[in-house]
Design a protein around this ligand. Structure first.
Ligand code: IDC
Length: 643
């Protein structure tokens, strides 16, 4: 352990002791403050791919956030290789992961293999000493074909590789490089390999051909060398690049990279630049990601930038935040570009930032002042440190779906009849109707206005009459004997009227009733969940729901066990639906009705039909509809997370 690290650890434990003391003192209970300060590796251990996503050692999904270096062979990139910078990135920025971008061409490893390899090894050490995860990136860029001779011959004669070269004279440059690292560091559970940054402009036939004929064989060759030389029996995760600068991340979905370890420790990377690639626009990149995830493969974003794709041209934080939200929703880990001290808008630091940061805010941890960070840097530090995007998305607010005033008036009139036993007066009825239609109030609140009114109080209902009234109001039926007895018993044994009313509000029957009237119920499950599932029966299966099926889906949606997208897959992939063997045109029509809430327009219809006859599977077409903006908005109208 280096001196500065020892001092820092010392400072941290003092801080911890102080914090623990404060917690005990303030609350009288011992709070485990140290858990919050554990290093990433102490928290997650040997990470692994499991169930199509990145997981910690015990199998819980984990999202890592961190930074990519700039080119480590350039001054603007290599200044970070010292203890204080890594301390600041670990303890102040709270990075989980650092990616070491080792350019091969452009004056990088191919020109100075020994120097670049040393920097990579230093980087592995700086990161590992602090329990950071570290990605070694074989950074190809121009030319975009990883099979280009410049890359395949790079570093082939390095003396460090002598024994591997002797055993495998056929190994290419990247095979030797990664085999060497695997042999030397393959027992480290924090080390990941990225075999080719951003393949591009391959000109190798169609999109799938470039994968099948160039990229997959390339990755297969490198992965086999990594596994052949692994130092232990725990395969390190290998992240593979895909076509079009890592945006054809769906290429491997039908033809994944081989992992000779048999343990499937391979992921695929997607890159985006917020000023160039819109999230939520035509969604082609998100759809590509989704296709790969749906195929059970795991995705890691090893590089993205807040700038335009040329690394410059402004800072696009809003779009970047939306991307990060998308990544959090899909448990996709990420590294941002870049830890450069350079005058370009993707660079996190100004050219004057200190290479030996000190503590400015008195917490004993080295950091940079705001003016040493660029706008990008301040934004990225916030995103990494606070993990703001690592939260469960807020549940959308359900909207009233009935625009038919007559129906909503009928809902209100019912309350006058059932609760007050009289006809409405126009002013009161209009007022409630308008509020319900605008979504300013919900069914529960409206009903409560009647049930807790002085008018009802004056009627002095007995407990029996009160319960009967609740049955008529909330369930639209007479009480059954058992239910009636149960609720009367509750009142007799001291439950409040409010508690009993809430029992009726939080019921499946009330949700169904409110959905019939197209209003928000205010209870749980919501009318929206009922409406959403009922609609699936009609638009997908073309029939009325069966009560048990409806209830089952509603509860899964309402309790978060299923998202809107998963329910939709459940219907469209069900044997009932596939058993219809619908012709393509009817299939596409049902997708339009279900996901876009309309009949197809000619152009759109022909486009989808064309894709089907060109050999795209129905599942792929379905993915396109499910991950459309229209369907996300539709779900949100029903108060449901599309997912
Ligand atoms: C850019 C750097 C820039 C450098 C250039 C050299 O930001 O300073 O002069 O590389 O080629 C990528 C690449 C990454 C690019 C980055 C921004 O992986 O190497 O860095 N970018 O253009 N893909 C999309 C964008």
């Amino acid at each position: 352990m280096s001196t500065s690290k020892r001092i820092l650890r010392g400072a941290l434990s003092l801080l911890l002791a102080a914090a623990t003391f404060a917690a005990v003192f303030a609350f009288g209970i011992k709070v485990n403050v140290s858990a919050a300060m554990a290093t990433p590796y102490e928290r997650y251990g040997r990470i692994k791919v499991s169930g199509g996503t990145l997981c910690d050692e015990s199998g819980n999904p984990v999202q890592l956030r961190g930074m990519s270096t700039h080119g480590i062979h350039w001054d603007v990139g290599e200044w970070i290789f010292n203890d204080t910078v890594f301390d600041a990135l670990t303890y102040d920025w709270k990075c989980d992961v650092i990616r070491l971008a080792m350019y091969v061409a452009e004056g990088g490893y191919a020109s100075d293999p020994a120097g670049c390899l040393k920097k990579v090894e230093d980087g592995i050490k700086y990161a590992s000493d602090r329990g950071l995860y570290v990605i070694v990136d074989w950074h190809i860029l121009n030319p975009g074909n990883p099979m280009d001779g410049q890359y395949l011959n790079a570093g082939k004669d390095l003396p460090q590789y002598a024994s591997i070269r002797a055993a495998h004279p056929e190994y290419t440059g990247p095979q030797l490089f990664f085999a060497y690292l695997s042999q030397k560091y393959g027992d480290k559970g924090n080390l990941l390999f990225e075999t080719a940054n951003e393949p591009n402009c391959l000109n190798a036939g169609g999109i799938q051909d470039e994968w099948n004929n160039v990229l997959k064989p390339y990755h297969d060759s490198v992965v086999s060398a990594i596994r052949a030389y692994d130092r232990d029996s725990n395969p390190n995760i290998v992240i593979c690049g895909t076509g079009n600068w890592d945006q054809y991340v769906d290429q491997p979905a039908t033809n994944p990279v081989n992992d000779p370890s048999g343990k499937g420790q391979v992921m695929y990377t997607i890159h985006f630049y917020a000023g160039t690639h819109d999230v939520g626009g035509d969604r082609w990149i998100e759809n590509n990601i989704q296709t790969t995830l749906n195929a059970g493969l795991a995705v890691f974003c090893t590089e993205w930038g807040v700038s335009q794709a040329d690394g410059n041209g402004g800072v696009f934080t809003e779009n970047a935040s939306r991307w990060l939200r998308f990544f959090s929703e899909h448990n996709i880990s990420w590294c941002a570009w870049s830890l450069a001290r350079k005058n370009e808008s993707s660079a996190a630091f100004t050219v004057n930032a200190s290479a030996t940061p000190t503590d400015h805010n008195g917490d004993g941890i080295p950091d940079w002042t705001d003016s040493e960070l660029s706008e990008a840097g301040r934004f990225l530090r916030g995103k990494i440190r606070d993990g703001k995007d690592n939260i469960t998305p807020e549940k959308p607010k359900e909207k009233p779906r009935n625009t038919d005033r007559k129906k909503v008036e009928a809902f209100v009139e019912r309350l006058y009849t059932q609760v007050l036993g009289r006809a409405s007066e126009p002013a009161g009825k209009n007022d409630w109707t308008a509020k319900l239609m605008k979504g300013e109030t919900d069914g529960m609140t409206t009903a409560a206005g009647f049930i807790y009114s002085t008018e009802l109080a004056k009627r002095n209902l007995t407990d029996e009459q009160f319960v009967d009234m609740l049955y008529r109001t909330f369930f639209d039926r007479q009480a059954d004997a058992a239910g009636r007895k149960y609720w009367i018993g509750k009142l007799a044994s001291g439950s409040s009227k409010q508690d009993v009313v809430m029992g009726f509000v939080n019921s499946f029957e009330w949700a169904c009733l409110c959905d019939d009237f197209g209003i928000i119920s205010g209870g749980n499950p919501s009318a929206g969940t009922v409406g959403f599932v009922r609609r699936m029966y009609t638009t997908c299966l073309g029939r009325k729901y069966d009560p048990n099926g409806l209830r089952d889906w509603v509860y899964k949606l309402a309790t978060g066990q299923r998202t809107g997208a998963q329910v939709a897959y459940g219907f469209f992939l069900s044997s009932e639906f596939t058993g219809f063997n619908l012709p393509n045109d009817e299939y596409v029509r049902r997708l339009y009705r279900t996901f876009f809430d309309r009949e197809p327009d000619d152009a759109g219809f022909n486009d989808w039909m064309g894709r089907l006859s060109a050999g795209k599977s129905r599942k792929e077409i379905l993915d396109g509809f499910i991950y459309s903006n229209e369907f996300r908005e539709l779900c949100s109208d029903f108060g449901i997370i599309r997912g």
